[in-house]
Design a protein around this ligand. Sequence first.
Ligand code: HAM
Length: 421
Amino acid sequence: MALTTSPRGTADIFGDNLNNWLKLEQIIRKICRTYGYQEIRTPIFEHTELFERGIGDTSDIVEKEMYTFTDRGDRSITLRPEGTAPVVRAFLEHRMDQGPLPVKLFYLGPMFRYERPQAGRYRQFHQFGLEVLGSDDPLLDVETILLPIELYKTCGLEGFVVELNSIGCPECRARYRDDLKEFIRPHLQDMCSSCQNRFERNPMRLLDCKREGCRKVLADAPVILDYLCDDCADHFAKVRAYLDALSVNYVLNPKLVRGFDYYTRTVFEVTYAGLGAQNAIGAGGRYDGLVEEVGGTHTPAVGFAVGVERLLLALESEGGFKAAAPRPDAFVVQFGGQTKMKAAQLVYELRQAGLQAELDYLDRSVRAQFKAANRINAKWVLILGEEELEAGKVKLRNMDEGTEELVDLSEIIQYMQSREE
Ligand code: HAM
């Protein structure tokens, strides 16, 4: 293990890449405000049971992807693999269920899954997610689809597709599961070992299998949409009517199932073909039973999460999303000795006035200081030589225009601020 390499599946975010993250986060916060979502920051780790109960113990995540450890107090702790269960826990812990409903929350932060890393799939990745708790209004299902679409569009992303399905309620699913198993049973020996293992416990997950042979078997399998009870069918019809009324394009995918047990009714996924195997840039759905599962009263809810790295990868592949690097206002060039002392004071005053100011910390020559100012693309260079210092002045060079003028040190900040406007 090299000490200079980060753990597999993790990444450092810095430099130009960080500027893109900051720009994206700014867009996210702005859109969330217009849709009335409040930010929530939950802990990075939770009690393991929250995810076991919430996500479901037949899911890939709980079966094999969680970062779980026992802490010194002998508690089983898990680094959060997703944000929905923690938000539901916080919703109940802080009695938000008693307050005005629905509660609309969003979050932005790292998630952890022990997956096989590849392009677009990491062990520490980031999600922007939103959750609406306390209403089963189909309009909210649509809002949680609309918001990420608005995000993708605002970022300039074009080639994404929204896939939609309803997986009904536990009653619809019970009838469907029986028929699905009957359909699959004669072909089970031809399917992969993972499908065979899941067949009894969670047959709907077989629809998610990417292997060609398994997909072939399932091509003509019954679909859940034909099994929806009246209430679920009506709910889904309303979701689709709102989507149509709001001119939202989507593809109906009756085989879309999600890898978590908590979903009910509407499920959706946004894919971006240019990303290859890891093509989901966001996904979500309704989870009307989760609040009860975690210990509250029946509280319908719906939500969505965007994979931040994948969205940035998709944007990169379209070449359009480039945040401008922040540009320092000033670089103060000095000649050592007393002039460095004065430069330190000046830089401090400039910063206090809200201007981004830099100087040299490596005892470089004046020539090298100018080079450094150029490299960081400073708007102004302030030259502070012995002569200027004695006269109480500073030479101000406008780096864009190439002009130079002598300004009183006592007026320099005011002068620069007036030129900024
Ligand atoms: P999810 O489908 O597991 O759903 O994750 C949402 C998004 O996170 C994915 O579409 C993908 O973009 C990104 N993602 C997932 N795993 C990785 C990974 N290993 N590396 C990089 N990106 C990844 C959820 O997490 C649900 N909590 C969404 C939700 C919110 N449902 C209701 N509310």
